[in-house]
Design a protein around this ligand. Structure first.
Ligand code: ATP
Length: 303
């Protein structure tokens, strides 16, 4: 039984498809990155999975039960910016949330506050919290009922690099305990260190569903980024323009170009033929950010 299953999930607002026929299955204990630029349909998908809005078409199940269902206590969600009572302290906000559903001890609330490194700040009123502190408190609230499935929408928004690393560690710990996590982000570097599988969405459609490493490899096979430096930078720019190759000027006169992998050797020899005196032509290893953005730019089709 899949922990999360989406079948042809679709959400239309008027004529616009916010989510357009997305299907996937996530097994128990998997931690999956839901990746896409702003407006791609991530939040809308997560809201449908959480039972907060109804799909226009398609359906989903969580832990084998059709959404919406009474299994929601087994699902921890943090979708969009978490909202709290500003006049209450962080701890009281969690107590209040716990009371609505019952069965959560003060001890467990303290454990969760400490898990997200909020023990110190938990007696402050939430209105004095930074965005990062609200995010941490939101995660603690999502964990209150010891969920088996976590749906997290950009949970590291507003956190500094140390905070991001901390939340990442927390999520790894939770995943090791068998919790299934679907986590959205448009900041790819964050997902790169956390997940092994990526669901990439753009304009409501699922572009890719598979291992992160495979996605990188396939993208890399399509195009490569080269760092070029020449004795005569103006001649290099002129030659690239002449060859119709877009380039980016770097500090110090060097150039960065993105070219199809199979063309790399011929581009370099043509530059030399054009009289460019190359000092350096070095292939740059891409990070996920660059690779993914290029994937979308190139054809917008599944890799
Ligand atoms: P972000 O990273 O900016 O949060 P997202 O990937 O989560 O983006 P969604 O918030 O799901 O994207 O939005 C997908 C599309 O659906 C966007 O074009 C958005 O404007 C549209 N949309 C979302 N909610 C509504 C709504 N209630 N009414 C009309 N359009 C909506």
């Amino acid at each position: 039984m899949s922990a999360i299953s989406a079948q042809n999930l679709t959400k239309r607002y008027g004529k616009k498809h916010a989510v357009d026929g997305i299907s996937f299955d996530i097994e128990q204990g998997e931690i999956v990155g839901f990746l896409g630029p702003n407006g791609a349909g991530k939040t809308t998908t997560l809201r449908m999975l959480a039972g907060l809005i109804k799909p226009s078409k398609g359906s989903s199940t969580i832990l084998g039960k059709k959404v919406p269902s009474s299994s929601l206590l087994e699902v921890g969600t943090m979708i969009e910016e978490p909202s709290f009572y500003g006049y209450m302290t962080g701890r009281d906000n969690l107590r209040h949330a716990a009371k609505m559903h019952g069965g959560v001890s003060d001890k467990h609330i303290d454990e969760m506050l400490s898990f997200v490194s909020m023990d110190q700040a938990s007696n402050k009123r939430v209105r004095a919290y930074s965005q990062g502190m609200r995010q941490r408190l939101g995660l603690a609230r999502a964990l209150l009922w010891r969920p088996k499935v976590l749906l997290l929408d950009e949970p590291t928004n507003g956190l500094d690099p140390v905070g991001i690393a901390e939340i990442r560690e927390n999520l790894r710990t939770i995943a090791h305990e068998g919790v299934t996590i679907l986590i959205s982000s448009h900041i790819l570097a964050e997902l790169e260190k956390l997940v092994e599988r990526i669901l990439a969405v753009e304009r409501g459609k699922l572009l890719y569903d598979g291992p992160l490493q495979q996605m990188l490899k396939r993208i890399d096979e399509k195009t490569v980024t080269y760092f070029l430096d020449a004795l005569n930078p103006d001649a290099l720019k002129y030659a690239l323009s002449h060859l119709n190759i877009d380039f980016q000027s770097l500090d110090g006169g060097a150039i960065q170009v993105v070219i199809p992998q199979n063309d790399a050797a011929s581009v370099i020899s043509r530059l030399i033929q054009e009289g460019v005196q190359l000092i350096e032509a070095r292939r740059i290893t891409d990070n996920l950010e660059g690779a993914y953005l290029r994937l979308l730019k190139e054809d917008g089709r599944p890799v």
